[in-house]
Design a protein around this ligand. Sequence first.
Ligand code: FAD
Length: 457
Amino acid sequence: MTPRAAPPYDVIGVGFGPSNLALAIALAETPAARGLRSRFLERQPHFRWHGGMLLPGSDMQISFLKDLVTLRNPTSPLTFVNYLHSQGRLHDFIDLGTFHPSRIEFNDYLRWVADHFADRCDYGETVVAVEPGLGADGAVETLWVVARDAAGREIRRQTRDLALAVGGAPHLPAAFAALACDPRLCHSSRYLDHVDRCGPGGPLDLSRPGARVAVIGGGQSAAEISHDLHARFPHLQVDLVFRGHALKPSDATPFVNAIFHPDRTDFVYAQPSERRAALVRSYRNTNYAVIDADLLKALHVIAYREKVSGPQRLQLRPRSEILSACGDADGIRLRTLDRYAETEAERSYDGIVLATGYERDPNPAILEPLAAYRDGSELARDYRVPTRPGFTPRIYVQGYSETSHGLSDTLLSVLPVRAQEIVDSLLDQDRRGGVVAPARPPATGGIPVWARQGAHP
Ligand SMILES: Cc1cc2nc3c(=O)[nH]c(=O)nc-3n(C[C@H](O)[C@H](O)[C@H](O)COP(=O)(O)OP(=O)(O)OC[C@H]3O[C@@H](n4cnc5c(N)ncnc54)[C@H](O)[C@@H]3O)c2cc1C
């Protein structure tokens, strides 16, 4: 007897970072969505939020009240406050008197939430393609999500709708392309894994006297890494190499911060494209190439004290445009240009850390098999990829529409509200000719306990 094919999922989420975690909660807490069959696929072997940058001493740059759910449903059991309570740390956290927990603690909160959904996430699977699932009349009715596990095995799952939230890809500036596989070069996204191997006996020993490292970038990650390297290796020379004239503070002041309020998404989206671009430009100093004021102060104190008593192990190299980077047996030679002084400099380093940010391709490679069905690249207000008539599945993309939805799109600020907007769109009856997947009774263990209690609107 031929085994019966498994019914398609209602929605598959690709990536299980904060965006799709927020979506998983919204699905579970929305009564009409509880019957939907959902599955999430995550390439990491277990939950970890920007693990390469979980530096001791690094803090969140957003209030803990902007967790995965509070802005949408403050009564949810999955708030940061309830996490603290469940860990027995609520009183102690209050006594800290801060809105900004450490990144290590926030990662643990996110992991705690992810554990609530362990039965609907497959870890260790990388989605490599999303292919059309054709119906009898040749129309695309479903999608095939093709994943590979750690052993290279292919796993195919069928779904009606898709929610993509794969984050950005580390940006490697062109000058470093030839060194992409050089063990002396590392992107900030892998920093902690890399630096742990940079002691005595490692492939790169940064603890030996005379060792030199360049950190490229003028933003928060570059500053954090420079600070960490300087403290971690007492003999290391750390050069912070950046294009601007000075390291600049991030603006997190109240009136400015309002740009991250969820209702601003409608405002930005309603603007013509040149005004949206102008808005993003004018608020850039909230997020890009800027540094938390406390950290700026800490770096300045180090640099000043070293000016007084030496040696000057922390050096700022402003106005440094990278011309080339060449590796040889002695190290990596970096050639830089100062356009203002019209001078070039060449320095050799034992290692280089690129804190050069992330890039987000508006046409992600895994959607390539669907290219013929796409109808433009700008996402709809509900984060849907526009598709041609005859293509029924809905594809939602999170974190890839800063140019149309505003600066909060790649951050945590709007996650709970965005997740609800996507759930509402998923539940929209029109698409399936008035038929939404019926609300089924939860399978044993399938729906988290709080959702079964129906406590939330
Ligand atoms: C060091 C650092 C600190 C930050 N701090 C803050 C902060 O304080 N406040 C703030 O608002 N924002 C912060 N951000 C911005 C950050 O982008 C968001 O916090 C958040 O991580 C976005 O969530 P996401 O789920 O969209 O993307 P990500 O967190 O990047 O998650 C994407 C997930 O998808 C998985 N994935 C990728 N490709 C595939 C695939 N093909 N198949 C399966 N899985 C895949 C990845 O492994 C990852 O787990 C920070 C970013 C960094 C790098």
